[in-house]
Design a protein around this ligand. Structure first.
Ligand code: ADE
Ligand code: ZN
Length: 370
């Protein structure tokens, strides 16, 4: 695969001039019509510098690492070999995935385990063009099975601390709370994280969405805001568009994870466009969890056409068939996504990150904006 060098090419991306893409440019960006989208593009996909904004670190546990950690920790897995484990990666919905995702976490026991998992992700992410990553960890999923909070946080954070120097990837850590557990449990863990001065930049909300609306976590998000933390929430993955509205209004979130079901509510789309609310879309995840039937039917092109502030992310890449580069390759191949749109998705990811202005400027420059 070619590496993106940021230089404008003849007949390439018109927006790669010396000025950042304006919002007007972005709103006017072309979107392939149905006929264009049906064409399979054979060209090599350039690796763009991107920010990964929607990534669960536990979702990067590759089958090989699951087996290696199980052996190191003397844990007997319910699968005889890698093939038997991989055969379980046929999901029917979000819950069927979550059941396996939580079960496989049993192999994470020590700081070293969390560190090894994090290092493996950063190495792979750097090769995918990721230059900034905002990484979610699910502390409750570990504390609830007897792993101390410090083990999980310190293991991940110890690797993140050197990530820029080691991998060229700047990082931020986000503590995600499980919406199928109680708000009391979440508040308790958040207070512990604050008390231990955990290096978290924000909080998120994940796990089983339907039946666990944002309203359940108003106090948690108010406390996080008071503590100066960023706030994001999964909404509109399987849940209805009203969950997106509620996450914005009741939880005061700065980004929505997924958000694809906003397309069912034109008034909501209008609001999201007007406010430039970032939606961290995960195309391969949506297909594997059956939120969308096929990649060819993914709403991403329509979301871009509507002027929504969307980015492309990998969610749980070890489970869903690919990292950020794989998502981009398949989007180009299956949906015929243009280079203009791929650059726009990359710039959206950088602009929507919680990186400081200096880092954003640096990364936008790598993308070709000076
Ligand atoms: N936790 C890990 N991946 C998730 C997803 N796609 N949706 C909700 N919770 C998750
Ligand atoms: Zn997610």
């Amino acid at each position: 695969m070619e590496t993106y060098d940021g230089a404008p090419e003849p007949g390439g991306v018109p927006a790669l001039s010396d000025a950042p893409i304006s919002e007007a440019d972005e709103a006017a960006a072309p979107v392939p019509d149905a006929e264009e989208a049906a064409v399979v593009v054979e060209q090599p996909v350039k690796l763009l510098p991107v920010a990964e904004l929607h990534l669960h670190i536990e979702g990067t546990l590759e089958p090989e690492l699951i087996f290696a950690l199980a052996e190191r920790n003397g844990i007997e897995l319910p699968y005889a070999d890698l093939d038997e484990l991989r055969a379980c990666y046929e999901f029917t919905d979000l819950q069927s995935f979550l059941d396996l995702y939580y079960a496989n976490m049993a192999v994470l026991q020590t700081e070293q385990d969390f560190a090894d998992m994090t290092r493996a992700y950063l190495e792979r992410a750097a090769a995918a063009g990721v230059r900034h990553a905002e990484i979610m960890v699910d502390p409750q999923a570990h504390v609830s099975r007897g792993v101390p909070l410090e083990t999980c946080v310190n293991g991940v954070a110890s690797v993140l601390a050197n990530s820029l120097a080691e991998f060229g990837v700047s990082t931020l850590l986000i503590a995600a709370f499980l919406r199928d557990l109680s708000e009391e449990s979440a508040l308790d863990v958040l207070e512990q994280l604050l008390a231990m001065n955990a290096p978290i930049a924000g909080i998120g909300l994940d796990s089983a969405e339907v039946g666990n609306p944002p309203a359940k976590f108003e106090r948690l998000f108010a406390r996080a805001k008071e503590a100066g933390l960023h706030r994001i929430a999964h909404a509109g993955e399987e849940g209805p568009p009203s969950y997106i509205i509620d996450a914005l209004e009741l939880l005061d979130v700065e980004r929505i994870d997924h958000g694809i079901r906003c397309m069912e509510d034109p008034e909501l789309v209008e609001h999201l466009v007007a406010e430039r609310v970032p939606l961290t879309v995960c195309p391969l995840s949506n297909v594997r969890l059956r939120a969308v039937d096929t990649l060819a039917e993914h709403p991403l092109p329509a979301m871009l056409a509507a002027g929504l502030n969307v980015s492309v992310n990998s969610d749980d890449p070890a489970y869903f068939g690919g990292y950020v580069d794989d998502n981009f390759v398949q989007l180009q191949t299956v949906l015929g996504l243009s280079e203009f749109d791929r650059v726009r998705l990359a710039s959206n990811s950088i602009r929507s990150s919680f990186a400081d202005d200096e880092r954003k400027t640096e990364l936008l420059a790598e993308l070709g904006y000076s």
